[in-house]
Design a protein around this ligand. Structure first.
Ligand SMILES: [Fe+2]
Length: 164
């Protein structure tokens, strides 16, 4: 047997809903870094996580402060993700030829790390003033034809030692 149920008002008669279906905004200037005596793993920079990707923030911070620490990051090949970095402000210690506004894309499995000479240069450095945002995806990204016009063909060779 069916019984009718009549609402006192229409459930569609509403103006808004104070739930969680609105975008979040977080200024990178409000992101507090986690530092340590030895090199901290990438998740300490993680700011947001969603299905299929994470976003990390690199902000001004102390470098690793163990007396024998080497501040430059180590070489790696993030085998499970593509990695996009946007360099927003500051001096980017581990990269040569990177300026404000630069984007890099390191496909999953591509070995990369500090440019030649930057590891040695980083020793003794106490802090960085950089601002950068990283997007790590867990499925491969596709580069559009529009983006291809901005490819720096010399970038992959920037890891080779310079002649000077
Ligand atoms: Fe990386």
């Amino acid at each position: 047997m069916l019984y009718p149920y009549t609402y006192a008002t229409s459930p569609f008669d509403l103006v808004g809903w104070d739930g969680f279906l609105y975008p979040y905004a977080l200024s990178i200037y409000d992101f507090e870094p986690i530092t340590g005596r030895i090199h901290q793993p990438p998740p300490v920079h993680q700011t947001f996580q969603a299905w299929g990707f994470v976003i990390c923030s690199f902000v001004p911070r102390l470098f690793d402060y163990h007396p024998l620490a080497i501040p430059a990051p180590y070489n790696h090949s993030n085998i499970d993700s593509d990695e996009v970095l946007y360099y927003a402000e500051g001096e980017f210690m581990s990269r040569k030829g990177i300026d404000r506004g630069s984007f890099t894309l390191h496909m999953g499995g591509l070995p990369h790390g500090p440019h030649p000479g930057t590891v040695e240069k980083s020793i003794g450095a106490k802090a960085t003033e950089e601002y950068a945002v990283m997007l790590d995806t867990f499925k491969p990204l596709y580069v559009t034809t529009q983006a291809l016009q901005y490819v720096d063909a010399a970038y992959p060779m920037s890891w080779t030692p310079s002649e000077s």
